[in-house]
Write a protein that binds this ligand. Structure first.
Ligand code: FMN
Length: 186
């Protein structure tokens, strides 16, 4: 990257709960990121109004969200599954990006985590479809479904499972590789 500029990754959790395992997964990823990678966790999905394609006037929360996505070198999502789908707050946020294209060609990674053994795989599949519709850049290791998350995390949200941290590192490495390869300056 240009002049050793840090790689800026935006992390978006699909859950609004204060004890979210998906939010804790993003925090765990931030902790294992290399020194030249800055991971900013987006806060404010709940401040985005319901998407309506007829709204033309700028809305500050939406403008800020779009700018953060646009400025990021890559975006990583971690989401729960609600009723076999992507939580509405996350889908709503993605719908705001459809017309303006901030995710177009953007390197992304997507994770789902669930206390169930399915690992939120239906939400992950749905999220990947949406990210594909938005024209994102995805790779062979762009996604990860984590089952039985409650038994892989301590009460304070640290990953305690031996296999999960390497799996998160692999997803992050894949994302960083695609960001660096896509940089016109290498
Ligand atoms: C409204 C609702 C619907 C849910 N539906 C599913 C589901 O379809 N599949 C699943 O694996 N877990 C489901 N769960 C359980 C979530 O996976 C669990 O609450 C998880 O911890 C949420 O992620 P978080 O810890 O990041 O908030 C549901 C939870 C809620 C509150």
């Amino acid at each position: 990257m240009e002049n050793n500029k840090p790689i800026n990754i935006l992390a978006i959790a699909g859950s609004l709960t204060s004890t979210s395992s998906n939010l804790n997964i993003l925090k765990a990823i931030a902790k294992i990121a290399p020194p030249n990678v800055v991971i900013v966790i987006f806060q404010g999905l709940d401040k985005l109004p319901h998407f309506n394609p007829e709204i033309k006037d700028p809305i500050p929360t939406v403008t800020r969200f779009k700018q953060m996505v646009k400025d990021a070198d890559g975006v990583i999502f971690s989401t729960p599954e609600y009723a076999f789908g992507v939580p509405g707050v996350l889908k709503n946020a993605l719908d705001w990006l459809v017309f303006t294209g901030e995710l177009n060609e953007k390197p992304v990674a997507a994770i789902s985590a669930s206390p169930l053994y399915s690992g939120g795989d239906k939400a992950l599949a749905s999220l990947l479809l949406t990210l594909s519709a938005l024209g994102t850049n995805m790779g062979a290791n762009s996604s990860l479904s984590i089952a039985d998350i409650k038994n892989k995390m301590s009460g304070s949200g640290e990953i305690t499972d031996n296999e999960t941290t390497p799996a998160l590192r692999a997803v992050l490495t894949d994302l960083i590789t695609r960001i660096v390869l896509g940089s016109p300056l290498i």
